[in-house]
Design a protein around this ligand. Structure first.
Ligand SMILES: Cc1cc2nc3c(=O)[nH]c(=O)nc-3n(C[C@H](O)[C@H](O)[C@H](O)COP(=O)(O)O)c2cc1C
Length: 258
C-alpha cells in the first residue's frame, strides 16, 4: 500500500480541491493507494523571519513554533507527495509560498529520496504552466523523484466543458503519477542532477567547516565521498563528468579569496 499526501495551499474548497480530489480518487481507484489531503489553512504556518539559524545551526534552532515539523513528518511517512495551489498573480498562493519558505533548509539538506512528487495548479486564465515548472523544480530540490505536474483552467462557475477538460487532464496526470509511484525508487541520476550534487557537496566541503550544519549533515551522510545522494551505479560518462565537476568546483571555490 502506498500513501500519498496532498498539501493544498488555498482557503477556498473550489477548483484546486476539485482537481486534487479527482487526481487522488483516480489513483486510489486502481488499488494499493491510500491518501490524505492536508489543507494548509488547517495548520499553523508562520512567516519565515530570515534569521538563517536553520541553515547555519540546524532547523531545531528556528525561533518559530508552528506546525512545520508536523507537516514535514507527513511527508516523511508518505510515498508520494503533491503540492497543489491556485495561480495567484502568476505564482503560487501566498499560503503555499510561506509553507515552501518553512522548508528552506531542506533545499540545503535534501532528504525525500525514493519518494514521488508532483504538482497541481488551478488557474482562471493564464500563467499556471510556469508555476507547475517552479513547483516541480522545488520538488526536485527537496530530493523527490518528480513526475511532471498539471495545470487546470476554469472560471467561476466552472462550465461543463471546462469540467470535462479538467477531468481529462487530471486523469492523465494521475496515471503518470501512479506509474512513477510504483517505479524503482532510486533511479540513476540524470547528468543535471549529478552535476548539482557534485557542485553542492564539493563547494560545501571546501568552503564550510564543522561549525556549519550543512557541512556536518553532508559529512555524516558520507556525501563528501559518495557518487550521489544514494547508492547508484554510474556509467563511465557520468563517473567522468562527476569527477570533472568535483575538480572544477574545488578549484573555483578554493580560489574565491584570491
Ligand atoms: C489574488 C488572486 C490572484 C489571481 N491571479 C491569477 C493569475 O495571475 N492568473 C490566473 O489565471 N488566475 C488568477 N487568479 C484566479 C485563480 O487562479 C482561480 O480562480 C483559481 O481557480 C482559484 O483556485 P481555487 O478555486 O482553488 O480557489 C487569481 C485569483 C486571486 C484570488
Amino acid at each position: 500500500m502506498k500513501k500519498v499526501t496532498a498539501f493544498v495551499g488555498t482557503a477556498r474548497k473550489q477548483h484546486t480541491y476539485y482537481a486534487v480530489r479527482r487526481f487522488l480518487d483516480g489513483l486510489k481507484s486502481l488499488g494499493d493507494v491510500e491518501y490524505e489531503i492536508v489543507g494548509l489553512t488547517d495548520y499553523r504556518v508562520d512567516l519565515c523571519r530570515g534569521c538563517k539559524n536553520c541553515f547555519r545551526k540546524g532547523e531545531e534552532f528556528c525561533p518559530l513554533k508552528d506546525d512545520r515539523d508536523v507537516l514535514i513528518e507527513k511527508m516523511i511517512t508518505s510515498d508520494g507527495v503533491v503540492f497543489a495551489t491556485p495561480n495567484y498573480s502568476y505564482q503560487v498562493s501566498g499560503l503555499m509560498k510561506v509553507f515552501l519558505d518553512r522548508l528552506g533548509f531542506v533545499f540545503h539538506r535534501p532528504r525525500f529520496f525514493g519518494k514521488t512528487f508532483t504538482s497541481i495548479v488551478a488557474q482562471g486564465i493564464y500563467g499556471g504552466s510556469k508555476i507547475v515548472k517552479y513547483l516541480d523544480f522545488v520538488g526536485m530540490g527537496l530530493g523527490f523523484n518528480v513526475v511532471k505536474g498539471s495545470c487546470t483552467t476554469a472560471l467561476d462557475p466552472m462550465s461543463e466543458k471546462e469540467r470535462e477538460k479538467i477531468d481529462s487532464i487530471v486523469a492523465g496526470h494521475s496515471k503518470r503519477f501512479r506509474a512513477g509511484l510504483f517505479q524503482p525508487q532510486y533511479p540513476v541520476p540524470s547528468l543535471f542532477k549529478l552535476f548539482g550534487f557534485r557542485a553542492a557537496r564539493t563547494s560545501m566541503r571546501v568552503m564550510l567547516d564543522e561549525t556549519s550544519r550543512d557541512f556536518t549533515y553532508y559529512r555524516d551522510k558520507g556525501w563528501f565521498e559518495a557518487d550521489y545522494f544514494y547508492p547508484t551505479h554510474l556509467g563511465l560518462l557520468k563517473k567522468a563528468t562527476g569527477g570533472l565537476v568535483d575538480s572544477i568546483t574545488a578549484s573555483m571555490t578554493s580560489n574565491r579569496e584570491c
